[in-house]
Design a protein around this ligand. Structure first.
Ligand code: SF4
Length: 441
C-alpha cells in the first residue's frame, strides 16, 4: 500500500515555518516554474459593515504571504488567489470581495509578486459530472490551472464535523451548486456531495492553517483557540484525516471523509499515512463541532437552561444552506433579547428543506423560500407564518415572529451585518489573538 506523507508541525517563525512544513511534506516537489497556480484560501464570510474577528474563520494572511513567497522562490510567477465568499447580500459579492482582498493584504502580494485575485462570482463556471448524480459548476480558473494550493483553516463545522481541505473547495462552486449540496435526499446528503469536491481538480497541495483553530465552527460565533498548528500533504485526503485528528475527531466519525474513503477505496484510518514532524497524539486537542441541543432536538440547550418556554427551534439539519444559516444567528439573538420570562404561544420554527410541522403547535414559522413553498398548503399547520425569499427577507422575519407573538427587535434583524462586530470585545486584551496575522505589510 502507498504511504502518503503528512507533515505536522508548529507555526513559529514567518516564512521559515511554512518553508519547513512544505519541505517535510515534499510539497515543494510540486512547485515548478511555468505552472499556473491557484491558491484557495478560506474566506468563509465577509462583511464591509464592521471589523469582525477572523481568528479560526479565515485563512491567515501570514500563511498566504509565506506560501506566495515560497512559490515565488521556486520560480512560480503565475499565481491567483481564488475565492467565493459568502455574503449576506448575494448581489454584493464583487464589492465585498474587493474589500476583503484589500483588507487581508492581497493587493500587497499583487504589487510584490504579481498575484491576481479572483472572485469566483465574477468569472465563468464549468459544469463537472462527479458521478452518481452529483453535478456541480466549478470556477473555470481553478479547474484549468496546473496546481491548486489549498489553504483551509483548521476548523470544526456544525454540519460536516470538520471543514478542511476537501470542504474548502466548496468555495469554488456557484450558488446553485452550493444549494444543491444541501440536498434533501437522505441517501445523497451534504456529506455525499462534499466528499466529491476534490475529485476532478488539478493536482492539489494542501496546507491546513491551524495558527487559530475553531470549535463550533465554521463562523465567527465559534470558540477560537490559538494553536499554532500546521499540517501539509500532497494528498488532500491524508491531510484531512490528520487535520481531523488534530481537532480531536476520529476520521471515521466524519461522514464526508468516510464517503471519500469508500469512493476511492482508501482506508479511513491512518494505515496509509506516514506522519513526519511532530506526533499527532501530542498535539491533538478536542474541538467540539456541534452546538448542544435538548435530547429531542427541539431547543438549544442554552435556551432550555435559561428557561425559555412556548417555543421549539429545532436543530438545523444538513439541508439548510448558507443564506438561512446566515440569518439564524441574528434571529436567535433577537429571540433571546425578546424573552420576558413568560411562555410564548406554542411557536415552532422550521428551517432547511426537510422539516415537517408538528400539528399540535399553534404557530409555525417557516424560515426561507424552501420551507415556505414546501408547506404553503400543509393542513397540519394551525397558523402559518412564512418568511419567503433566499436569503430570507428581513421584513418578513420580523413580521412572522410578531404575528406569532414573539416581539423580536427589528433593529437586530435589520443590522444582521453588524452583529459580528460585537464579538470583537471577546478578543480585546488577549495577546494570543493577533490581528497582524490578517495583514500583509
Ligand atoms: S431558502 Fe434556505 S434552505 Fe432554501 S435554498 Fe435558500 S438558503 Fe437554502
Amino acid at each position: 500500500m502507498t504511504n502518503h506523507l503528512v507533515a505536522v508541525g508548529k507555526y513559529g517563525t514567518p516564512l521559515e515555518s511554512v518553508h519547513n512544513i512544505v519541505q517535510m511534506s515534499k510539497g515543494d516537489t510540486m512547485f515548478k516554474k511555468g505552472l499556473r497556480v491557484c491558491i484557495k484560501p478560506n474566506i468563509v464570510f465577509w462583511t464591509r459593515t464592521v471589523e469582525f474577528p477572523k481568528y479560526g474563520v479565515i485563512t491567515t494572511s501570514s500563511i498566504i504571504r509565506d506560501m506566495v513567497h515560497l512559490l515565488s522562490e521556486h520560480g512560480v510567477d503565475d499565481i491567483s488567489i481564488v475565492e467565493g465568499s459568502v455574503t449576506l447580500n448575494p448581489k454584493d459579492t464583487s464589492r465585498q470581495a474587493t474589500h476583503a482582498y484589500e483588507s487581508l493584504g492581497y493587493n500587497t502580494l499583487a504589487k510584490k509578486y504579481g498575484v491576481k485575485t479572483v472572485n469566483v462570482f465574477d468569472r465563468p463556471f464549468e459544469s463537472v459530472d462527479l458521478g452518481d448524480g452529483v453535478v456541480l459548476n466549478f470556477n473555470t480558473d481553478i479547474l484549468n490551472c496546473d496546481l491548486v494550493v489549498d489553504l483551509p483553516v483548521m476548523k470544526t463545522h456544525s454540519q460536516t464535523g470538520v471543514s478542511l481541505g476537501i470542504k474548502n473547495l466548496k468555495g469554488t462552486i456557484d450558488q446553485k451548486s452550493r444549494k444543491a449540496c444541501h440536498s434533501a435526499d437522505p441517501e445523497k446528503d451534504l456529506h455525499f456531495w462534499v466528499a466529491r469536491l476534490a475529485d476532478k481538480m488539478p493536482s492539489i497541495f494542501t496546507l491546513i492553517d491551524g495558527i487559530y483553530t475553531s470549535e463550533y465552527g465554521p463562523n465567527v460565533d465559534g470558540r477560537m483557540h490559538r494553536s499554532n498548528l500546521l499540517a501539509a500533504s500532497t494528498d488532500i485526503f491524508s491531510a484531512d484525516k490528520v487535520g481531523a485528528a488534530l481537532l480531536g475527531h476520529d476520521p471515521s466519525e466524519v461522514p464526508h471523509l468516510v464517503h471519500y474513503a469508500r469512493n476511492h477505496n482508501r482506508p479511513i484510518n491512518m494505515s496509509d499515512v506516514e506522519i513526519v514532524g511532530e506526533p499527532v497524539e501530542a498535539l491533538a486537542r478536542q474541538h467540539k463541532a456541534y452546538f448542544p441541543y435538548t435530547e429531542d432536538q427541539s431547543l438549544p440547550l442554552a435556551w432550555k437552561k435559561k428557561g425559555y418556554r412556548g417555543i421549539s427551534y429545532r436543530k438545523y439539519d444538513l439541508s439548510m444552506c448558507t443564506y438561512c444559516s446566515g440569518v439564524t444567528g441574528a434571529i436567535m439573538a433577537a429571540i433571546g433579547a425578546a424573552w420576558q420570562g413568560e411562555p410564548w404561544d406554542d411557536v415552532e420554527v422550521l428551517s432547511g428543506k426537510m422539516m415537517q410541522p408538528d400539528p399540535v403547535k399553534k404557530h409555525t414559522i417557516l424560515l426561507g423560500k424552501c420551507m415556505s413553498q414546501a408547506h404553503k398548503d400543509n393542513p397540519d399547520i394551525q397558523n402559518i407564518h412564512p418568511i419567503k425569499g433566499c436569503p430570507p427577507k428581513k421584513n418578513q422575519i420580523v413580521k412572522a415572529f410578531h404575528e406569532a407573538g414573539i416581539m423580536i427587535d427589528a433593529n437586530i434583524i435589520e443590522n444582521t451585518e453588524s452583529l459580528p462586530g460585537f464579538l470583537m470585545k471577546y478578543y480585546e486584551g488577549k495577546p494570543e489573538f493577533e490581528p497582524e496575522h490578517f495583514k500583509i505589510e
